[in-house]
Ligand binder design. Structure first.
Ligand code: ADP
Length: 367
């Protein structure tokens, strides 16, 4: 096979798998005569949504080194697909949860809140994008089964591509995203209970090609319920972040959601206070009261017996709200926005926390 053609093709990245096509078994026969080349490219599945992009990139990569280029697109055989799937799963068995294995390097973050409407999903999406922009490999799992909103906030219109039983998640702002919203038609409500919910969230872990993630950020449903308990069992190494607004009533409810996390075994990484204040002409107006975040952190420290930090306070921001409604996370859209900056700083702080120390007892007794 022509070294020159292969070198050119190694610059072509599969948009869903984010790896060079030369490493994915996607390059078929290549014939080179003088300065002309014809290449066969094998897509993973018939009707692959990335087909056009791959054909365009292959053609332009080859045109960079040959005068005449002919590209033929075909599809992998079932055997070839099996080889690829095994490679993507790291030769692990089918239906394997990569995050539950001992020594997994992925930090799993559960983002929860006591009630809806406190900005949990908005913050989760923006934290994921901020972590990705800071150079981490990030997955975002929307487990807010009944109130999923992540696809909208992330501006995702596509659906996962299925390579047999393996799902390739859509990627937005370099974050791999899976949501129940991708699997329900026409905004129909999801009416699932215990065992079905458990199976659905389990499949999101086992049947999705997440790649080697640094972070898996999980948007939990508000409150305390079946999904949080299932996920707690499936992801025993996770740590939780609790979102609250500043008013006392919200803080009391938020505290309960953090406490449930402790019962299912997660350490608490910290608390984020959202909608903390509105700044007008340099003056901070505490529309929703103040002190809720600090109060939740103090209470959860008491309950867990380990220090729980207030990770940050995010101001009310009209541009955050507008950008979210349009499917554009504010940390990417307008990083200078004060709310975006606050989320960015929280992401930096989270990334700096060593694995395994989050909210767990340190076993050191102060004298
Ligand atoms: P939850 O996931 O807790 O139900 P959402 O993330 O859906 O909450 O947010 C609820 C609404 O509040 C959305 O319209 C969102 O854009 C808006 N919002 C969230 N945080 C802020 C903020 N800091 N400033 C202004 N609007 C916000």
């Amino acid at each position: 096979m022509s070294e020159k053609a292969l070198a050119a093709l190694s610059s072509v990245i599969d948009p869903e798998l984010r790896r060079p096509i030369t490493e994915l078994g996607m390059v078929g026969d290549i014939e080179e005569t003088g300065n002309s080349v014809s290449a066969v490219i094998k897509l993973t599945i018939v009707g692959c949504p990335a087909a056009q992009a791959i054909e365009r990139d292959v053609t332009s990569a080859l045109q960079g080194v040959y005068d005449a280029v002919q590209v033929t697109m075909t599809t992998m055989s079932a055997e070839e697909r099996d080889v690829l799937k095994a490679q993507l799963r790291g030769n692990k068995p089918i239906r394997h949860n990569p995050f539950a294995v001992e020594g997994s390097l992925t930090k799993v973050l559960f983002v929860g809140s006591g009630k809806g409407g406190v900005g949990k999903s908005t913050i989760t999406a923006n934290l994921a994008v901020a972590l990705a922009k800071q150079g981490h490999n990030v997955g975002l799992l929307d487990a807010d089964i009944f109130g999923y909103s992540i696809p909208g906030i992330m501006g995702i219109e596509s659906r996962p591509t299925k390579v047999d039983e393996l799902m390739l998640p859509p990627i937005s702002h370099d974050v791999r995203v899976i949501s129940i919203g991708f699997f329900v038609e026409d905004n129909k409500p999801v009416a699932w209970r215990g065992p079905m919910l458990h199976r659905a969230v389990e499949q999101f872990l086992t049947d999705v090609y997440w790649s080697d993630l640094d972070f898996l950020v999980v948007d939990l449903p508000p409150g305390t319920g079946d999904v949080a308990i299932s996920l707690g069992q499936l992801l025993p190494g996770a740590s939780s972040i609790v979102i609250t607004t500043p008013q006392a009533a919200a803080a009391t409810v938020a505290e309960r959601s953090g406490a449930i996390g402790l019962q299912t075994g997660q350490g608490i990484l910290g608390v984020i206070e959202n909608m903390s204040y509105l700044e007008i002409d340099g003056n901070r107006h505490h529309i929703f009261g103040s002190g809720g975040g600090e109060a939740v952190a103090t209470r959860l420290s008491d309950i867990s017996g380990a220090p729980v930090k207030l990770l940050g306070q995010i101001p009310i921001s009209e541009s955050l709200r507008e950008a979210s409604d349009q499917g554009r996370p504010i940390v990417a859209e307008n990083p200078e926005d004060p709310a975006a900056k606050a989320i960015w700083d929280i992401a930096t702080e989270i990334a700096a926390i060593p694995r395994g120390l989050s909210g767990k007892k340190l076993g050191i007794n102060p004298v």
